[in-house]
Design a protein around this ligand. Sequence first.
Ligand code: TYD
Length: 214
Amino acid sequence: MSRGRFIALEGGEGTGKSTQGRLLAETLRAQHDLKVTTTREPGGTPGAEAIRELLLNPPGDGWNAQSEALLFAAARADHVARLILPALDAGEWIICDRFVDSSRAYQGGAGGLGDEAIRALHEFGSNGLRPDCTLLLEVDDDARRERLSARDGDVSDAIGGRSAQYHNAVAASFRELAEADPQGFVLIDGSGTAQDVHCRIMDALAPLLKGAMR
Ligand code: TYD
């Protein structure tokens, strides 16, 4: 049996990752007859979901930058070892809503820890696992604000609720990571309807699908 493929959806808040993950899974199952597992970070396993709760609704005064990065890396290590690698070995396709590039953009870039530190944690925790393809969804600021207010109302978690300046730094950091690694990332224009964006994603994944079907 051939190994599955690992696709990560990345981007700031309100860029449509979750909707696109669902649509992608449906198409891969229905039209390509693939076994697909959808998952998310932080989370995806019982341990990582427990850490998610600690990160998004932190006790007391919250975490400092280092603790936050370590918790994300710990959640990811459990997720990779217990869910992602076994599924890939079983020939499944994994669609993951956020992965290590979120830590690189949020904690490394916007949070100021730097890329080297985040990569070192990922090397230690998850053997440096990279997705086969990282889809970076981008929308302009107005569209993002509109989607976020429709989705969250007034409630936001500890990270989603950070300043506009922090989230602008996240977006800039994602863009830099993608530009530095054009093989690993595909930039996806997230504007228009969900179906428009889905078509762009299927076009972007055509080479990966072709390679896997051979
Ligand atoms: P979630 O509700 O899943 O956000 P979204 O729907 O926007 O993807 O919450 C995850 C939050 O955690 C989000 O604000 C991004 C943040 N995050 C990091 O800061 N670092 C990470 O490594 C990951 C995976 C997420």
